[in-house]
Design a protein around this ligand. Structure first.
Ligand code: C5P
Length: 238
């Protein structure tokens, strides 16, 4: 994969006008558009159709976390809507993840389309050791990431969302082709904002990230195209 294919831009906006501007400017510069809760709850499945019609790929970041049947039925609907990648929460358990994966493959087969990549969140990067202990887990955040990464792989999913600082660990314990999608990436010398444990595009890729997710450093830039191009160049070590 080249740098462009590895770059996912987070569309953390809620109007169609903002999406229109960002998708037009960025569709030839990035690999995928991430639609999260903010945009999805504003515009629903129409936004998936909108991006796909303009040639963009969609990573739907809803972090589904419910009983197996509910998640599976939702995955069926989203596969039909044409998402290219979507995620569940690994803490929903092995059975939930396994059924979700089986459903995505079955639904895609019925429609004769490519099944979406199904990945799982391990431990949210906003949670550190003290918050993980507060929830009641006995293991450290790092051990939980490893444990849940392996569980996700066992359930047959394609990869995980994790911190770029944990991607290397996942690559070490899981199969070579198990993918890691990592937010918390900031261009060298750029503004950090509210992200805490960050790394640069190049360090993320060399550290084991398959895809990086970047939001504000691109979407809030004066020239979004140039901002995206710079990140791709950084990833490629240019
Ligand atoms: O603007 P920024 O680059 O910080 O955006 C990062 C995106 O990745 C946001 O959509 C955020 O919700 C998401 N994300 C994250 N950390 C996680 C999971 C998702 O920053 N652990």
């Amino acid at each position: 994969m080249n740098g462009k294919e590895r770059l996912i831009v987070a569309l953390d906006v809620d109007t169609i006008e903002e999406v229109e501007y960002l998708v037009n400017e960025l569709k030839d510069e990035v690999g995928m558009f991430k639609v999260g809760l903010q945009l999805y709850t504003s515009l629903g499945n129409d936004i998936i159709k909108y991006i796909k019609e303009r040639g963009g790929k969609v990573f739907l970041d809803l972090k589904l976390h419910d009983i197996p049947n509910t998640v599976s039925e939702t995955v069926r609907v989203l596969t039909k809507a044409g998402v290219d990648m979507l995620n569940v929460h690994s803490q929903g358990g092995y059975e939930m993840m396994k059924l979700a994966k089986e459903t995505s493959i079955k639904s895609a087969l019925e429609l004769n389309i490519k099944p979406p990549k199904l990945i799982a969140v391990t431990i949210l990067t906003s949670l550190g050791d003290s918050e993980v202990a507060e929830i009641g887990y006995i293991k450290s955040a790092k051990h939980m990431v490893e444990h849940l990464g392996l569980l996700t792989q066992k359930a047959g999913l394609d990869g995980v969302v994790c911190s770029p600082l944990e991607a290397g660990l996942i690559k070490k314990v899981c199969n070579e082709n198990f993918i890691t999608v990592t937010p918390g990436v900031r261009p060298a010398g750029g503004e950090v904002g509210d992200q805490k444990r960050i790394t640069t595009p190049l360090k993320a890729i060399t550290g084991g990230s398959t895809y990086i997710v970047v939001g504000r450093p691109i979407t809030k830039a004066n020239n979004v195209k140039i901002a995206a191009k710079k990140i791709v160049a950084e990833m490629e070590g240019i």
